[in-house]
Write a protein that binds this ligand. Sequence first.
Ligand code: BGC
Length: 545
Amino acid sequence: MSSRAPDRWWRSAAIYQIYPRSFADGNGDGVGDLAGIRAHLGFLADLGVDAVWVNPWYASPMADAGYDVADYRAIDPLFGTLPEAELLIRDAHDLGIRIIVDIVPNHCSDAHVWFKEALQAGPGAAVRELFWFRPGRGERGELPPNNWRSIFGGPAWTRTKNPDGLPGEWYLHLFAPGQPDLNWENPKVREDFEDVLRFWFDRGADGVRIDSAALLVKDPALADFDPADPPHPHPFADRDEVHEVYRSWRRIADSYPEPRALIGEVWLPEAPESFVRYLRSDELHTAFNFDFLGCPWTTPAFRKAIDDGIALHAPVGAPATWVLSNHDVIRHVTRYGRADTRFSLGYRQLGAPSDLALGTRRARAAVLLLLALPGSAYIYQGEELGLFEVEDIPRELRQDPMFHQTGGENLGRDGCRVPMPWSGEAPPFGFSPAGATAPPWLPQPAAWTAYTVARQQGEPGSMLELYRSALRLRRREPDLGDGPLRWLTAAADVLSFARGDAFACVVNLSRTEVALPPHRKIILASAPVTNGMLATDAAAWLRTA
Ligand code: BGC
């Protein structure tokens, strides 16, 4: 069966990630919303993407930009309404675009009804079993129950007040204090999330992206551990029991006439063999490949990430995925323009100087690499415009809990979340409608006047036109998307591979221009090719037969 068959679309899809706060503001309050997305679906159809993944749009106090969900079945009024979400899904489908919603199962919000009830009910109440409430250590319970640290910085525990106002138990939050971890040992948690999945699948969602997918299950012993030398199994990452959850989710996904896709955010950089267990045939369909995202701009690193990625997925028959940027990482134009081009969540080099012209050249080459690799590919909103990381956001305007919980030591992720520039010569660059009552929720740099959609549209040589051409061609090329890859002999520091018998992709990461291999035609190139020579930091797609 072709990987383009409707029930296997996720094996080849080009998926565009929408960060709803920052995509387009329909009502002029300075925050992106569903009306904004609906108004720009035509842009996405023209761009040529197969699916859209929308970051959380649920009711939320926004302690972590919506990853703190108060009600998984309601749209936050900041973004719109449930009927609007239903219309959005319908409109997208009419344009041939599938919709993936973001499910956040590890934690909810402290404004979720369960958590509010748990606080009101006090220690010993059954509703507290839906979370991880524990008495503190120390004589008066004044110390957290264990030494776990929040992924955003600071302790992973916050003390509560009892209904009588006195200091009470502590609750676990692997992320912000506004994100209490759910107890997946509890059947009510499992049942409720199964119902949430059905809720969105019944409304036409074609798949779900599963947030922090490896963290759900905790060792109930909640023992101290040394994070530099964690025990195996880890007390909260990648525990065996989590796989049962995804087996039951898979049964639900498969019960629909057109099966829904389960896409995991499984961040286990040190344990590829554990990562791939999530992709066994009765679990998730795909998971993000963050090794590729973190690659420094060198041939051995890319070659290894590609080979390892493909080899890792092969035994379970799952397609690999490829991604260069998302809402949690430094935009790749900026990364690739630095002296040190690596990235990992534990290694966020912030504020290092970046040569944006260099980063942009490399980003142009990188997207031709990304879209030629076997499997599905993700595009983070704004990368099609070549947006760079905004590093000079004033500290008082920063919103990311990562910034606040590290006392500002880590600048956090706001720099890749700045609202999109659509048109015009000055902020809000068409992000908000004329007459908007508020400025964009994060300030846009004046330099984005040269990056707007309006400026790049129809402009030969623009990043937007490169993405459009590449996506259009990728759809037409029968050998792109899912399928095998064959490396071709190439000069040092050049990546060269064939897809099928008639297509090749060549990326030049060396310091000199290189001759292209024999070809009938250049289908697309990230930089001008003169006399068959491919420039440094450029890529080309070739018709070879
Ligand atoms: C999401 C982040 C979020 C975190 C907590 C992640 O992995 O991608 O944006 O802050 O989960 O929900």
